[in-house]
Design a protein around this ligand. Structure first.
Ligand SMILES: Nc1ncnc2c1ncn2[C@@H]1O[C@H](COP(=O)(O)OP(=O)(O)OP(=O)(O)O)[C@@H](O)[C@H]1O
Length: 196
């Protein structure tokens, strides 16, 4: 269970949001929506522990989520705007690097995002949509219960967006939680909306 209580966030001396609270149970998904600058990315970064909240608390299973930073890092996957790939490594090697840290099967992850034909290409030559798919393929490695996804489908073609559906559904079926900031439709049936 992820809970946010009375969260406030300042960025560059501007109050972005305040008094924000919600709870997400295992298997639940929420879409973060709101205008440009409303604070969707900021909220995801707060929940990931990358930006300290100005006020409020983030709880995991009823306990302060940030009491043990490494435990929080291990339980979440954060996908930001940047794909965070090593440009000189191949798609397979990028995933293998991540798998060394978190576990998981590289072949399965490549297949989940239909990347097998691109597996040996260096990440730097991939198109922006292909890079995004590679970043998303990390989700298909070892299970982590909390997925924080910032505009996960930017640059993806319709077939690639459709590939995300089974990945998200399998994660939720295992009790995983998804919070996704997006301006685009996502294959996340029954997702709640958290509007900023
Ligand atoms: N690194 C930063 N330093 C200072 N201010 C920032 C930083 N990142 C974001 N902000 C500010 O925080 C506010 C919220 O930005 P944020 O990126 O969270 O919005 P968003 O809802 O994700 O927007 P978009 O829909 O455009 O992605 C904006 O006013 C932005 O200028």
């Amino acid at each position: 269970m992820l809970q946010a209580e009375d969260l406030a966030c300042w960025r560059a001396e501007r109050l972005v949001f305040a008094g924000l609270g919600f709870a997400l149970a295992p298997g639940e998904a929420a879409l973060l929506t709101g205008a440009n600058g409303a604070g969707k990315s900021s909220l995801l970064r707060v929940l990931a522990g990358l930006v300290p909240p100005a006020e409020g608390r983030v709880l995991w299973q009823g306990e302060d989520a940030f009491a043990d930073r490494s435990a929080h890092g291990a339980r979440l996957r954060y996908l930001g705007h940047q794909d965070a790939l090593k440009p000189s490594l191949s798609a397979r090697e990028n995933l293998a690097l991540f798998a060394r840290l978190h576990g998981g099967d590289v072949g399965t992850a490549l297949a989940a995002l239909n990347l097998a034909p691109l597996a040996e290409l260096p990440a730097r030559v991939l198109s922006s949509g292909q890079k995004r798919r590679l970043a998303l393929a990390r989700l298909a490695l070892a299970h982590a219960p909390l997925w924080l996804l910032d505009e996960p489908t930017v640059g993806l073609d319709a077939d690639s967006v459709a590939l995300l559906g089974p990945l998200l559904a399998a994660h939720r079926a295992r009790g995983g939680i998804v919070l996704a900031a997006t301006h685009l439709p996502l294959p996340l049936p029954d997702a709640r909306e958290i509007r900023l």
